[in-house]
Design a protein around this ligand. Sequence first.
Ligand code: URA
Length: 254
Amino acid sequence: MESALDYWSARALLEWQAELGATEALCDDPVDRYALEQAAPKPKPGAAPAPPPKPKEVDPVEVAQKAAKGAASLPALRDAMDEFGHCDLKRGARNLVFCDGQAGARVMIIGEAPGRDEDLQGKPFVGRAGQLLDKMLEAIGLSRDENVYITNVLPWRPPQNRDPLPAEIAMLTPFLERHVALAKPEVLVLMGNISCQAVLGKRGITRLRGQWDQAWGKPVIPMFHPAYLLRQPAHKRLAWADLLELKARLGSLT
Ligand code: URA
């Protein structure tokens, strides 16, 4: 098709476009970019930009359950606890306090948490409460050198010996349950409210003490904690009754 423009008009138009800044011809038909912009979907007024996807939150209890389940022996369980990084108590403790006594013993004692002496030595019940515990055991013919295995709900000392938090108990209980399964005691002795909370899911040691219960497939007897008996020596009489109850049960189990 012949152009409607003569040479001089076409040239004048081209020079005018060059003057406006056009440097190259891109396509045959013009593109209306204002119309394109209107057609594009507009963000709703006031709508915040979409947030970046959240990293998946870690549940420390689930991590502990998995780690505990994967431990096939007591040394492996100790290593798994040492590697568990979700409990802040670990950062303030000198040592992981795992156990003392004889693995495979008929009696397994579960205390609360390490104190100063236990934290320093890396062994449970080595301070004043531990010395009283040894005397109590001796009175019914038991000893950690021969026939008792000992651990705590928490392997790390809480700062200023404060009570363990419910979240700390919850994330460390899977390790305790595995500890019991691997140590294979016949009976569990729960010293004080914290171990009752972890193993039986209830507190109230004054009501629970001396009463046999069942947990994790084992007979369980709660008792007053030796540290409590040091503060309340009048209650040693009740602790003595509980020890005799334990002795009788062991006799009847053999
Ligand atoms: N009290 C506990 O419950 N455990 C220890 O190891 C020491 C004191």
